[in-house]
Each structure stands twice: as C-alpha cells, then as structure tokens.
Design a protein around this ligand. Structure first.
Ligand code: NDP
Length: 254
C-alpha cells in the first residue's frame, strides 16, 4: 500500500462513491477508506457487493454504508447525497464512477442504448453533482471526481454512445469547476484507459490482445491504478487543481 494510505490524510472526510460495489469504484472506496475517509458505497442492483465493499472499508477503521440507488434517476441520486448528509452531517467527496456500456456500431445503435448510456454515465453524474454542490458550497469545501475515459478524449469505433457520455463528462466537469472554484470545490476527471474489471472482462480475447498492443506499458491497468488518481484528486494536496483530466492508461492516449 502507498505510504499515503497510512497517513490518513482524509481522516473524517465524508465520501460518496457511485458504482462503488465493484471494479474501479470499489478500489476507489477502499483507497479513500484507507486514507481515513468515511465512505458511502453506492450500487445499482448488486446490494451484496456494495455491502461487502462497505464491510471492507469498515475493516480499515472508518465508517461505511452501502446505498442502493440508480443514479440515472434524479430522485434516487438526490436521495444518495441526502443519506450521506443525514448520516454524517455533510459530504466532502463525491466520486461519480457509476457507468455502463451498450456498444454497437452507430448505424445499428438503438436510440434506447444511446439514451441509457447517457442517462447513467453523464446525467447520473449531473444529478449527483447537483445534489452535492449545495451542501459543499455551504461548507465551502468539496472534491468532485468524475470517471471519464480516454474514449471520451479519442473516440472509439462501436462506442459512440459511451464516448459521447465520457466526453460530455469532461465538459460538465470543466464548467462546474469554473462555477464552484470560488467556493473551495474542485471538479476533476480521471480518464482510465483499458482497465481489468467486469466491464472489460466481457470483451473477446482477440479484442483484448489488440487493445493490449496499443498500451505502451504493455499491460492492462488495475482498478487500484485508477483509484490512486481518485485519491489524489480527493486529497488536500490537489486543492489548487480543478477542471483537469488525468489519464490513467499506461500511455495509451499519448
Ligand atoms: P464495472 O462494470 O465493473 O462496475 C460498474 C459499477 O457501476 C457497478 O458498481 C455498478 O453497480 C455501477 N452502476 C452501473 N449503473 C449504475 C446506475 N445506474 N446507478 C448506480 N450504479 C450503477 O465497471 P468499471 O469498474 O470497469 O468502471 C467504473 C467506471 O470507470 C465507469 O464509469 C466506466 O465507464 C469507467 N471506465 C472503465 C474503464 C475500464 O476499462 N474498465 C475504462 C475507462 C473508464 P452494480 O454492482 O449494482 O451493478
């Protein structure tokens, strides 16, 4: 574990990680907990996985809770933030990590698949940010980290909906960064490359090999690699950094 985990430099901070039940979100939840933050672990449907992640956070000595809720539903997203504020008296860190894919070539892509991906990946972040920025503004402190993708910077054949959602997150983050900077709130994006999680496990081996060939570091990233960037943006040390996009991709987008 990096030394910073031991430093507990986020001691007592209150965090909400959407899509924290699995993959990158789970690793981010654990990294934040390792640094001393209390963590609310959100999931869409896999409540057991969210509870298990919350339990693993508690084992690191912090408070944690599992919160089921679909971030694409504005009321559910607001309820997540409300639950954190009710339980812990406020929210300091919001990690908008929940995301889905529904890949397909543009000419064959159903409007429903386009809308579903935008609703979760982009609007879900918007709903959560809208709900969280009020208490953060009141407290004059906040760290918002949005999970984009290098696909949002470069595009990807077969992922028009996903790329649009991830590019949209960058615009959303930069605008919010400008709006909220004066209130001590930073808004940044992490843009992972090809990370070994359930999301990429479904890809055919041939596609995985092709992708691996595009990574200068020659390996897939781990969820922990991405969590380290989340931890950085969430930390005190990144307090003068806002509106940025940090690629965690083994050099893929260079
Ligand atoms: P996983 O598929 O492993 O996990 C997705 C997570 O999002 C789960 O916790 C899931 O909850 C949750 N989720 C999905 N839809 C919703 C919703 N509507 N409301 C609340 N939670 C939801 O994904 P990864 O860990 O791989 O990806 C995490 C993020 O990182 C995503 O935004 C993804 O786009 C992004 N990313 C991933 C890359 C990769 O290579 N893996 C590359 C670049 C970006 P549940 O467990 O209940 O289903």
């Amino acid at each position: 574990m990096p030394e910073t985990y031991e430093a507990k430099y986020l001691a007592g901070r209150r965090a909400l990680v959407t899509g924290g039940s699995r993959g990158i979100g789970r690793a981010a939840a654990l990294a934040l907990a390792g640094a001393g933050a209390h963590v609310a672990v959100n999931c869409a449907g896999r409540a057991d996985a969210a509870r298990e992640t919350a339990e693993a956070c508690r084992a690191l000595g912090v408070q944690a809770m599992a919160l089921q809720g679909d971030v694409s539903d504005p009321a559910a997203a607001a309820a997540l933030v409300e639950a954190v504020c009710r339980e812990w008296g406020g929210i300091d860190i919001l990690v908008n990590n929940a995301g889905i894919t529904r890949d397909g070539l543009l000419m064959r892509m159903d409007e429903e698949d386009f809308d579903a991906v935008l609703a979760t990946n982009l609007k879900g972040a918007f709903h959560c940010m809208k709900a969280a920025c009020r208490p953060m503004m009141k407290a004059r402190y906040g760290r918002i980290v949005n999970m984009s993708s290098i696909v949002g910077l470069r595009g990807n054949a077969g992922q028009a909906n996903y790329a649009a959602s991830k590019a949209g997150l960058i615009g959303l983050s930069k605008s919010a960064a400008k709006e909220l900077a004066g209130r001590g709130i930073t808004v940044n994006c992490v843009a992972p490359g090809f990370i070994d999680t359930d999301m990429t496990a479904v890809l055919p081996d041939k596609v995985k090999e092709q992708l691996r060939g595009q990574i200068p570091m020659g390996r897939l990233g781990s969820a922990g690699d991405v969590a380290a960037a989340v931890l950085f943006f969430a930390g005190e040390g990144a307090g003068y950094i806002t509106g940025q996009v940090l690629c965690v991709d083994g050099g893929m987008a260079v």
